[in-house]
Design a protein around this ligand. Structure first.
Ligand SMILES: C[S@@+](CC[C@H](N)C(=O)[O-])C[C@H]1O[C@@H](n2cnc3c(N)ncnc32)[C@H](O)[C@@H]1O
Length: 338
């Protein structure tokens, strides 16, 4: 069925749902939120938008079957907003599948303010064959920085793979194993610099233990991005929150975060409650104030207090299927001094 309904809607103004020293979460339309944000104020943007594949999300508020042109212009509109909000030297990451990454990359390359850094490909373990097509086996991330200042870049490492049975290293170091000695952990296994092909990730999954239909990326993906292109204290923005993996990774590594989703944000709150315990505040931390138009954030804070939204957050339960969050949500990436 032809559907030219736009995802850009004034019907979902952003409502502040959670405020803490670490992060601030809104429910509403990403464009409506970003229109209230200050230019050059964010250190890192990560975006994992709906892919326009007709997926059934938990929200009636947007449409995942737009006509190609409508989807293209919606993506370009919010991408331009993220570029405006990003500070000079800040980094932009876009997660998508190749069909759209080619197109978005071509278009982003034409924006003089952006510098292309990388295309990161990641293995899609549960890909399935499609008739008369080559088997799709990867997703990708486009990585850009905004010109005008020095960009952050940290070398991120992951633990060298070992044999499941004997625990021995399976990587061939081509005679250079000694070079990795200084990056060995307590078990003598070295941590290796990640490249632009990630074989150890699985794609977004539908978490069956959640009440709502949400798709979430493995923590590893936002974790690597955040470690690579930001430093502790920096502000990370993700306006397509989903299950909250970006906010989780940011908070885990002492970055601040600003989040948003047009659907129910309960899954995000549940995840943060499980991993860290929510710590709602009656104010907006100073560090976030500079990211918003003053009149917007002041009005939102007043409404948040008047409607006692903070009490609802206090009632959020932890995720029942996560027995030991320190094990389930373990960090798998490190930035080590050389
Ligand atoms: C692919 S999911 C993001 C998953 C997330 N990266 C994670 O790991 O949990 C995309 C999300 O974008 C949200 N979304 C769709 N349109 C939106 C809009 N206009 N503004 C804000 N959020 C939107 C959907 O509700 C959905 O939760």
């Amino acid at each position: 069925m032809s559907n030219f309904k736009s995802n850009t809607t004034g019907r979902y103004p952003p409502k502040m749902i959670y405020s803490s020293a670490e992060g601030i979460l809104f429910q509403g339309d990403c464009l409506a939120l970003m229109s209230q944000m200050s230019p050059d104020s964010i250190d890192l943007v990560f975006a994992d938008p709906p892919f326009n594949l007709g997926k059934q999300y938990n929200s009636e508020a947007f449409n995942d079957t737009l006509e190609t042109e409508a989807y293209r212009s919606w993506c370009q509109t919010w991408l331009l907003e993220t570029v405006r909000i990003l500070r000079p030297g800040g980094s932009l990451f876009l997660y998508h599948w190749p069909k759209w990454l080619i197109e978005m990359g071509h278009w982003l390359n034409s924006l003089p303010v952006l510098e292309y850094r990388s295309w990161i490909a990641m293995k899609m373990k549960s890909g399935f064959p499609i008739k008369n097509r080559i088997h799709p086996a990867h997703y990708g991330i486009l990585y850009y920085t905004k010109r005008g200042d020095k960009a952050n870049f940290n070398v991120v490492r992951s633990r060298a793979p070992v044999c499941r049975h004997c625990g021995k290293e399976i990587r061939d170091y081509g005679g250079y194993r000694g070079k990795f000695k200084k990056f060995e952990d307590e078990d003598g296994i070295p941590w290796i610099q990640i490249a632009d092909f990630w074989e150890d990730t699985r794609p977004a999954r539908q978490d069956k233990s959640r009440q709502l239909q949400i798709v979430e990326l493995p923590l590893l993906i936002p974790e690597r991005i955040i470690l690579m292109a930001s430093n502790p204290g920096d502000i990370v923005l993700d306006v397509f929150g989903g299950g909250g993996s970006t906010y989780h990774a940011a908070q885990m590594h002492e970055r601040r975060w600003i989040g948003c989703d047009i659907g129910d944000v309960t899954p995000i709150l549940q995840r943060l409650q499980t991993a860290f315990h929510l710590d709602p505040s009656e104010s907006v931390d100073d560090i976030f104030l500079r990211c918003f138009k003053p009149e917007f954030i002041q009005l939102e804070l007043e409404t948040y207090m008047r409607e006692k939204r903070i009490d609802k957050v206090k009632d959020i339960e932890t995720l029942k299927d996560v027995k030991d969050s320190s094990q389930e949500y373990i960090s798998k990436s490190r930035v080590l001094k050389s």
